[in-house]
Design a protein around this ligand. Structure first.
Ligand code: SF4
Length: 98
């Protein structure tokens, strides 16, 4: 089975996870569950392809596990938000428990 491609209009991975790298307009990165300032009204990255885009953004790839396999963008977005929020909680607990 092939991996899914990123669904236009989703934007879940630009909202749910925290990002510690600087982002233009967000010099300290962004907290979890916060919309990236570079995400436009159509949920597209305004600095896609720009060297200032954090590496973590380009390293994140769409997958069925993360993005789901639902029919509509909205269902897929809900799945991805839940998955990424759970991952964020698990990884932040790992950091604080060390
Ligand atoms: S920089 Fe672009 S890809 Fe990265 S979180 Fe912000 S909008 Fe998304």
């Amino acid at each position: 089975m092939s991996e899914p491609s990123c669904r236009p209009g989703c934007g879940a991975c630009c909202i749910a996870p925290s990002i510690s790298s600087p982002i233009p307009g967000m010099p300290n990165g962004k907290p979890a569950n916060t919309r990236c300032i570079q995400l436009d009204a159509q949920n597209r990255c305004t600095i896609f392809g720009d060297a200032r885009r954090p590496l973590v953004c380009s390293s994140l790839r769409a997958s069925v596990e993360m993005c789901g396999n639902d029919e509509s963008v909205e269902q897929t977005r809900v799945h991805a938000m839940r998955f990424l929020s759970t991952l964020e909680t698990q990884t932040s607990q790992d950091v604080t428990s060390n």
